[in-house]
Write a protein that binds this ligand. Sequence first.
Ligand code: ATP
Ligand code: MG
Length: 273
Amino acid sequence: MPTTSSDLLIVPAEQQSNLTIRAKALAFADPRSRHLLTQLDELAPQVQPVVLAGEWGTGRELLARRLHERSGRTGLFSSLNCASLSRRHGAAELFGYVPRAYAGTSGSRVGWFGTANGGSLYLDEIADLPRELQQELARVLQEGSILRLGSSQRTEVDVRLIAGSSVELAQAVEAGHFEVRLWEFIGPGLVSIPPLRERPADLLPLARHFLAQHAERLGCAPPALTSDDEAALIDYPWPGNIRELEQVLHTALLTTSTAGLQLGKLLTRLHRR
Ligand SMILES: Nc1ncnc2c1ncn2[C@@H]1O[C@H](COP(=O)(O)OP(=O)(O)OP(=O)(O)O)[C@@H](O)[C@H]1O
Ligand SMILES: [Mg+2]
């Protein structure tokens, strides 16, 4: 079990394998974040697909990894951004292919679903999945099997689907841009991840966490946040959420002088861009 201090949730060594190296300590201090973690912990051991809906940089992938860690599933966690799938070969990338499926290919590929068999597959920005693959994915979820390219038989798979989305999928369905059958399968597992500005109690613990983490990497002592720094962090709207917060603190550390971090100046410059 992870240990918790007032604002840091430390993931112990044996659970770290699927978390990124940089995310061993998760800062979740705000009541909304604590609620989110409870919600995810309840969903973790179930088989139903989960949709992590939130803005860019809110920690969707990190939470997807945590969901997998706590699922009890022994297979791998695989992560893929749907926008990166090839237009022509997307089905083969996702579901794999058998020998000689293409002219000139003698080998086979298990595809993303094969790799995640027994584990979890995180499909980020699922609305970017081409329509025919959305339809096929709905079928995979319904039947628990995939059709490898070039094969005439479906292969059973046991993959927990975790989808990520920064667009409102219900609206995309209404607008006719997202497959209603797929939505029927994944919609019941929708979990909203609030943007950083809506969980204010996370802000300073996260900021201190990133300062300590990056200072350690740079081999220097983490500078303390002054009250001006804290006020500047609180004033800024964080459109890029936690990812932006991390980048800002990293930049501040690299450019810090004897005058300190001077986050107010840095954030004013960013705001003007
Ligand atoms: N609660 C947290 N505690 C510590 N670090 C966090 C937390 N949430 C997110 N991070 C860190 O913030 C960064 C962004 O998180 P992540 O990549 O999971 O977000 P995302 O929503 O998938 O982002 P993107 O929209 O860019 O795909 C990562 O470096 C992650 O480790
Ligand atoms: Mg991501």
